[in-house]
Design a binder for this molecule. Structure first.
Ligand SMILES: Nc1ncnc2c1ncn2[C@@H]1O[C@H](COP(=O)(O)OP(=O)(O)OP(=O)(O)O)[C@@H](O)[C@H]1O
Length: 301
């Protein structure tokens, strides 16, 4: 039996005038997951997160956190970062967290603030003014604010937006660490590579609809891809073109890519087939589909 979802959306719809931003969304987010919400610009990611965080009201449908409908008790278990908070530039990181915690009423003890600063690795710079922080540090301070009160779930909208590769890698590590510490993380992103690196599950949104959802492996593994090469790839292609279960064959630089229905690829049989026709393979491997490829397949249709 599947564990009860941390968050469940049932038929959630939202329009802005004539624009239908979300169209009857059903979605389940499993506990303990790092759940990526992916989608092109304008697909409805921010609208979806704003609704489940009670920032926006849905026109129709409902959502349940921990199996319940809203309320302050439930809200306390969720930390969020929708957009960078308005920190005071002349205050230190630590003082900014004090202000945030007194406004939100969460994690007000000095220990809670120190712990949040430690987790995001800003302890050494806690006394520095916010204005002296790099963009990556500012974003980590925003995550520290979301961590106040030690919420079970963290919701981030584009947490690596505007960061350089080092800043992105720091946030990636932080997300992994928070996940390992037991938090469920829900994040909207358009960075396919990031989602592939850190997420366990995902949903792809397009024009306000979920076009696929599941574990990252499930979403990617819609077909088997086998990579082969021999001294003469043209001859090899002619032989393998009739392999049973083969959907299509593509040439890519020095290798041939054989696409099979899911579960139909048989590398041993491919090797044998080539061998029987007098061809020795130089290379044979099963390739994992990249999220980028899958994303474009799904969103371009
Ligand atoms: N306040 C608003 N008024 C009118 N239309 C809006 C408003 N906010 C969003 N929209 C529209 O709703 C749709 C979904 O927008 P949303 O910001 O949720 O998408 P998104 O996937 O988060 O996009 P991005 O990746 O660009 O942030 C878009 O067509 C957008 O133009």
């Amino acid at each position: 039996m599947n564990p009860s979802p941390i968050l469940e959306l049932q038929q959630v719809s939202k329009s802005y005038g004539r624009i239908k931003a979300l169209k009857a969304i059903d979605l389940c987010i499993p506990p303990g997951s790092v759940f990526g919400i992916l989608g092109p610009n304008g697909s409805g990611k921010t609208t979806l997160l704003s609704i489940v965080l009670d920032v926006l009201a849905a026109d129709k449908g409902r959502y349940l956190w921990f199996g319940q409908e809203g309320g302050p008790e439930v809200r306390r278990k969720i930390g969020s970062l929708l957009e960078t908070p308005n920190f005071y530039h002349y205050l230190s990181g630590e003082d900014n967290l004090r202000v945030t915690s007194s406004i939100s009423g969460r994690g007000q003890s000095p220990e809670a603030i120190t712990k949040a600063l430690q987790i995001v690795k800003l302890e050494e710079r806690r006394k520095s003014r916010f204005s002296t922080y790099s963009l990556g540090m500012k974003q980590r301070l925003a995550i520290a604010a979301a961590l106040l009160g030690d919420p079970a779930v963290l919701v981030f909208d584009e947490p690596t937006n505007g960061l350089d590769p080092v800043g992105i890698a720091e946030i990636r590590e932080l997300i992994r660490q928070l996940h390992a510490a037991g938090h469920t993380i829900i994040m909207a992103s358009h960075l396919l590579d990031e989602v592939e690196k850190v997420c366990s599950h995902m949903a792809i949104l397009k024009s306000g609809q979920i076009i696929t959802t599941g574990s990252v492996e499930e979403v990617l593994a819609d077909e088997d891809i086998v990579e082969v090469s021999a001294a003469d790839n043209t001859q090899l292609a002619a032989i393998l073109d009739h392999t049973s279960g083969l959907k299509r064959l593509e040439k890519e630089q020095q290798v041939l890519l054989l696409y099979f229905e899911k579960g139909m690829a048989d590398p041993a049989k491919i090797n044998q087939l080539a061998w029987e026709r007098g061809i020795t393979l130089k290379h044979l491997s099963v390739r994992k589909k990249r999220l980028e490829t899958r994303f474009f397949e799904l969103t371009n249709n």
